[in-house]
Design a protein around this ligand. Structure first.
Ligand code: ADP
Length: 505
């Protein structure tokens, strides 16, 4: 059954959110109840205070009545007058303050009834009696009827206070209990939340991070060239999809790679066949060409005088063409020979190779009045014969493609990353930058070239690339050309030989 990671994440985070919400609600309820208990404890205290004030007013009533009756002085009636004014208001305050407890309410009702009875049935008639017949009133006072009533009211007040105190004690205990519950709810809730978060993190690690890492490891191996790397794909979720997509991609890459390898092998094979074909053909052409050359030479030597003007022109054409064909076959053979097979590399000072090439071209150098200068050059790890050929072709071109003036050729080298970069600069006719790539193709010759087969630079390119380097030209028409080529700097002794610049004329 497919269980998507999104669904699982939603369920897991929802559960966590629910746990936190429940913890929060429990805490809020506990704190609210604790506050309510504390408030009602305070309410009981306030009810007692209000009760004490009302009790005092009740006592003042009796004190005022007794003073007035005993002395007949209206001044002593003052406490009674004040209390009568104030007690209804204080009674209302007590009614409001008293707990919701039924017993306390009943006790308050009884107290208020008793005070009202005292005022209406005893004190008012007593004050009127004292005003009209003080002696009769004094006799009634002696009976202590009023005091007894007030003592009864005070006892009821004490009962009320006892009830309220009991309620306050109960509420305070409740408040303590609920505070303890709130603290423990917080602690337990915190623990549950921490445990849930840790569980969610572990689950994420197992369900998401680990599989993603496995795919990443597979991708790393593929990037390093191991196309057989695969990711786990058994899961029935998005990571399973990712693993399957990755595996499909890796399989398709593997197939493409195998195809490219097969095609490369095929191309290499057909290139080798072409080279062999060129070599065999050139070699086979040599013999008939040699025969033509020999017979044309004999004709030229023995029968030239017997030919008319156009016969001699034809003969000269045959001689020139056979000469050109011999050069072409030689270059073709050379082209098909270089650029593949094992290299016969050895460490050799580059200067030595140039000297050899320059010696081979000594005739042309003298004939053109050329100057060849060489900077200090490094030791290189190359096939000496092949690299001598590169220098020779480049020097030969620099001499060939010069203006009327004496050619000046300069050879230098400098480090270029992990390579040596050689430069052969001349002051010749230059090259149109648009043709800079074409001239490295076999048989490519530019308009101005009268000599050559157009294979020299193609040979140079093959040799340089076979050594792991590259070759290119930078030139402007009429401004001379500079041919650059690189070779990996693998020789142990790579420092340029600190010799002064050589000049050969
Ligand atoms: P070739 O073997 O006939 O000399 P290359 O392959 O060496 O032919 O050169 C191809 C063409 O590149 C030449 O025909 C010439 O037009 C141009 N070229 C090569 N070297 C130079 C140079 N130093 N200055 C100007 N043109 C050059």
């Amino acid at each position: 059954m497919r269980r998507s990671i999104t669904t699982r994440m939603v369920v897991a985070s929802g559960t966590l959110a629910l746990i936190v919400a429940v913890i929060f609600v429990v805490l809020v309820v506990a704190i609210r109840e604790q506050r309510q208990s504390a408030n009602s404890a305070i309410g009981s205290e306030q009810a007692i205070t209000a009760g004490v004030s009302l009790e005092k007013l009740a006592i003042d009533l009796e004190t005022g009545v007794r003073g007035f009756v005993a002395s007949g002085s209206p001044d002593l009636l003052q406490p009674y007058t004040n209390s009568r004014k104030q007690y209804p208001q204080q009674a209302a305050v007590l009614e409001q303050m008293v707990s919701r407890d039924p017993l306390a309410r009943q006790q308050v009702r009884a107290i208020l009834g008793a005070i009202n009875d005292y005022v209406n049935l005893y004190s008012i008639p007593m004050v009127s009696l004292a005003r009209e017949t003080p002696d009769v009133a004094r006799n009634v006072i002696i009976n202590n009827t009023g005091r007894d009533r007030i003592d009864g009211i005070r006892r009821e007040f004490n009962n009320l206070f006892a009830t309220e105190r009991a309620i306050a004690t109960k509420r305070t205990e409740q408040a303590h209990h609920r505070a303890t519950v709130a603290i423990w709810s917080g602690v337990v809730g915190l623990l549950v939340a921490v445990v849930s978060i840790i569980a969610l993190a572990l689950y994420l690690r197992k369900a998401v991070v680990r599989p993603v890492r496995e795919v990443a490891r597979g991708a790393e191996r593929v990037a390093q060239g191991d196309l057989s790397a695969r990711a786990p794909e058994q899961r029935h979720d998005e990571l399973g999809d990712l693993g399957r997509a990755f595996n499909t991609m890796a399989t398709s890459l593997e197939h493409s790679h195998e195809e490219v390898e097969a095609r490369t092998a095929e191309l290499e094979r057909s290139n080798r066949e072409l080279d062999q074909f060129a070599a065999v053909t050139s070699h086979d052409l040599k013999e008939p060409l040699q025969t033509i050359t020999v017979f044309a030479g004999l004709m030229n030597r023995d029968y030239r005088d017997q030919l008319d003007e156009s016969g001699r022109t034809f003969l000269d054409s045959i001689l020139a063409s056979t000469d050109r064909m011999r050069t072409l076959i030689r270059d073709l053979l050379e082209f098909s020979r270089v650029g593949h097979g094992d290299l016969q590399s050895e460490e050799v000072p580059a200067e030595e190779l140039i000297e050899r090439a320059r010696d081979n071209l000594a005739g042309q150098i003298v004939e053109r009045g050329a100057t060849v200068t060489i900077d200090s050059l490094p030791t290189v790890d190359v096939d000496p014969a092949q690299f001598c050929q590169v220098f020779q072709n480049l020097l030969s071109n620099a001499l060939k493609f010069s203006d009327e003036e004496a050619p000046q050729v300069h050879v230098s080298a400098r480090p270029d990353g992990d390579d040596w970069r050689f430069a052969v600069r001349d002051n010749g006719i230059g090259i149109d930058p648009a043709q800079a790539e074409r001239i490295f193709k076999p048989f490519a010759r530019l308009g101005a070239a009268k000599e050559g087969t157009g294979i020299g630079l193609a040979i140079c390119q093959r040799i340089v690339e076979h050594h792991g380097g590259r070759i290119w030209v930078e030139a402007a028409p009429g401004g001379g050309s500079t041919f650059y080529f690189t070779i990996p700097n693998t020789a142990a002794d790579t420092e340029p030989t600190p010799t002064p610049e050589h000049v050969s004329v």
